[in-house]
Design a protein around this ligand. Sequence first.
Ligand SMILES: Cc1ncc(COP(=O)(O)O)c(C=O)c1O
Length: 314
Amino acid sequence: MKVVSLYNKVARNTTEINKPFAGLELTSIHNTCPYLADESSTKVPVHARTATFCDRLNTWIKMEFTVDKLGDKVQEAYTRIKSHVWKTPLMYSLYLSTEGQAEVYLKLESEQLTGSFKLRGAFNKLLTLNKKPDQLKRGITTASSGNHGLACIAACKACNVPLEVFVSEEVNPTKLQNMRHHGVKVTLHGHDCVDAEIMARQTAAETGKLYISPYNDVDVMAGNGTVGCEIHNDLPEVDYVFVSVGGGGFIGGIAAYLKKVNPKIQVIGCQPRNSKVMYESVKVGYIKHDESLATLSDGTSGDIEDGSVSRIQI
Ligand SMILES: Cc1ncc(COP(=O)(O)O)c(C=O)c1O
């Protein structure tokens, strides 16, 4: 069995960066979600035992776009952004393969420019906005826990577009420092990423700027989903893909593409135990504003915007 897990940097300190998954108590959305616990087999590792998270996700996406259409958008996005982002390595992990009794590969988005896959979504969004030069001149607001902010900074710089980033006061200090280092206005607001998102949306509405959501945006989802194109190109026979989930945009893009090229691929969402809003939302079938505690996986922590396009409906 072939497994790919997305690998991202943990920004707190260098010791943690060097230990894959150190301290991350990952909750597989599959494993314990009652709706999904229907395909158990003892032959695969415990964490990869059940059916797909993305089957549920796709159920909802079909309401607005067919799965095919989002998959197509991912494909188009890849052509659009290819020259602006790096193709990241897919690295075989002997340790995880031994532990998981499977052939496990890590998709090293940690090596992407700006340090995360978020650059893909940011570039795709900006490049699709190229046809609206007046809008771009007025500028953009966004909200982020750090990675999407850094990505927007790089993409806006390349496209010469003014940007303001909103972050929660709980933002990881290293990520805040990295963003401010680029001389972009970074405004702290509230104690959860959704507080920052609301403020960024409001500011955009008041100033005629455009708000770019880190996950609640189809072009951002499609751009981030291009990770799926590279996984498929490098390992077309992959069986399981594990994706970190915050607002659900990343897994939505990846799942739409992979399910289009091979419906048998199982895409599994993972969230930290301390902050599992999407996990709880999958269980009840609507966005459940669950409390988030501090977690090493700050990029996936926090609440989700109501009515998000990345929402999972069961
Ligand atoms: C490293 C990392 N992984 C996963 C995610 C989750 O992405 P999404 O909010 O699209 O689910 C984020 C979001 O910031 C992130 O920074």
